[in-house]
Design a protein around this ligand. Structure first.
Ligand SMILES: C[S@@+](CC[C@H](N)C(=O)[O-])C[C@H]1O[C@@H](n2cnc3c(N)ncnc32)[C@H](O)[C@@H]1O
Length: 242
């Protein structure tokens, strides 16, 4: 995919300086995102788009970590970082994960759904490889749901996206409608809440994804998704609730 090639080229350039820019000011938010994963000893956790591995050093030593990234230059730094506990590194597209369905207990999407060409595809893949009952945490920046995409914002956003990250993506552009009801936590984080930390838990058998998909669950535009995404916002939009 052409956009992936551009991204790989960009992150080859960024790799040597990435930690300088991204380490300190994101540290607390990273720690919170990892706390929300609620990792238990022996669990399997996946980090798609692991980058230079700034999250790796915050993970508990007693979990089994798989780390994927498109950029060999970024991943080389992640490998060199070292961590207490083993990590399996693989060059892999976050939008087409080479893992089986339901094999991970937890997935962390840290600053990746705004970077890949198709954030929804990356989310869908992370959701697929998660086991029922597993946790998926997204840490990223999102355009508030109600904010209009003006021509100026679109133009500026296009330039920023070319530089590696799309500031005009909404959470609803990423999280598939049938998984909205799985959102348990939606916290504002950095830059006055432009960055958010969202946790979803994959339903176990009592509410299969197919049933949710056919229920017509969708976003309620009257809810303030920038601040929180309460369950009521999701439940409201079931057809029989209208
Ligand atoms: C902003 S960095 C985030 C890195 C890391 N997750 C962090 O929190 O610091 C985005 C990372 O996504 C990687 N990336 C971009 N497109 C990708 C894709 N399609 N599949 C996997 N990784 C990708 C880049 O190489 C880069 O390492």
């Amino acid at each position: 995919m052409q956009r992936n090639a551009h991204s790989e080229w960009l992150y080859r350039l960024y790799a040597p300086v990435y930690d300088l820019a991204m380490r300190t000011q994101f540290a607390r938010a990273r720690a919170r995102a990892i706390e929300l994963l609620e990792l238990q000893p022996g669990e399997r956790v996946l980090l798609p788009g692991v980058g230079t591995g700034l999250d790796l050093e915050l993970l508990p030593a007693d979990v089994r970590v798989s780390a994927a990234d498109l950029s060999p230059a970024m991943m080389q730094r992640a490998r060199a970082r070292g961590r207490r506990g083993a990590v399996m590194f693989e060059i892999m597209d976050a939008m087409a994960l080479a893992f089986g369905t339901g094999v991970f207990d937890a997935v962390l999407l840290s600053l990746i759904v705004s970077v890949v060409p198709d954030g929804r595809a990356a989310f869908a893949e992370a959701w697929r490889v998660l086991r029922p009952g597993g946790r998926l945490v997204i840490f990223d920046k999102f355009l508030p749901e109600g904010r209009p995409l003006t021509p100026l914002r679109r133009a500026v956003g296009g330039v920023i996206a070319w530089l590696g990250t799309d500031p005009n993506r909404r959470l609803s552009d990423v999280v598939t409608p049938e998984t909205l009801a799985a959102i348990e936590v939606d916290e504002p984080s950095l830059l006055g809440g432009q960055y958010r930390i969202v946790r979803l838990r994959k339903p176990v058998a009592d509410r299969p994804a197919a049933e949710m998909a056919s229920s017509g669950v969708s976003l309620n535009p009257s809810c303030d998704f920038h601040k929180r995404l309460p369950r009521s916002c999701v439940a409201l939009m079931r057809p029989d609730d209208k």
